[in-house]
Design a protein around this ligand. Structure first.
Ligand SMILES: [Zn+2]
Ligand SMILES: [Zn+2]
Length: 263
């Protein structure tokens, strides 16, 4: 299984960056994990968007799904998706329509977002929308997905992706400190974990981790490899790495766009 970082920014993009998005490939199967703002353009560097099998969303914050909008426009209006020849494209009876696995309530959210300016079913017509049940595993070709709810500002899921003959990849999504993620990621081969905050939130409920907390979660989960993500380019990545390594007790990698991990 190969994982490519398409975007690692938090809720505002790095310079030339993208928010949450990871391409997971196994054989001929392609899965996009999260589709935050900026991700559609990055995706196109690595795979033709009509060849992607499925998208899965960890939660319904803007930085994890907003680029479904341009993706849906491409699937709807691209000349090669039309039934008749257009320009240099010959036309197709089989336009691409990837599966979109999203948390419950996604249909309502997409309708409110797209309905703000046009047809509210833009996303649902472009993709096969499936609202997943977190208690059940999902298969995307040879990839098996499992979910665990983690505490954040709205319903959010850590996602495990595994395949026969490859290791276990766990994406921690956005989360405040929690044993739920430690348990779910126990013994994972690669844990991709958020390290959003330069220091814990000053007020209100917590929703994110500092790099040191991210490292501590990795240590307690006994992850074989730890990668921190979802932090801004306005923080020093070497500072974040050393904080995370202090918590982890070993080497930690810092996500950067275009980085590839084989698990
Ligand atoms: Zn986020
Ligand atoms: Zn979030």
């Amino acid at each position: 299984m190969r994982i490519t970082v398409l975007g690692k920014s938090p809720s505002w993009q790095d310079i030339d960056g993208a928010c949450s998005g990871y391409l997971i490939e196994e054989g001929e199967t392609g899965l996009l994990l999260d589709c935050g703002n900026g991700v559609f353009s990055k995706l196109r560097r690595f795979i033709d968007y009509v060849d992607l099998d499925a998208v899965v969303l960890s939660h319904l914050h803007a930085d994890h799904f907003l680029d479904l909008v341009p993706y849906a426009y491409a699937l709807t209006y691209a000349p090669r998706q039309q039934p008749v020849p257009v320009h240099r494209w010959s036309g197709t009876d089989n336009p691409a329509r990837p599966v979109l696995h999203a948390p419950t309530g996604a249909s309502d959210v997409f309708r409110r977002v797209c309905g703000a300016w046009g047809p509210e079913d833009l996303i649902e017509k472009a993709f096969y929308l499936h609202e997943y049940d977190t208690r059940e595993a999902l298969d995307v070709g040879p990839l098996r997905l499992r979910f665990a709810e983690v505490p954040h500002y709205l319903k959010t899921h850590a996602i495990e992706v595994s395949a026969n003959g490859s290791g276990r990849f766990v994406f921690g999504a956005d989360t405040r400190p929690t044993d739920d993620l430690v348990d779910f990621a126990n013994g994972s081969d690669l844990l991709m974990i958020e390290a959003t905050l330069p220091r814990p939130e000053r007020q209100g409920p917590r929703g994110h981790l500092t790099p040191e907390e991210a490292g501590q979660h990795g240590r307690r989960a006994r992850a074989r490899r730890l990668v921190i993500t979802h932090f801004s380019d306005e923080l020093d990545p070497e500072w974040a790495r050393s904080e995370a390594e202090r918590g982890f007790g070993g080497p930690v990698e810092v996500a950067r766009e275009g980085a590839v991990y084989d698990v």
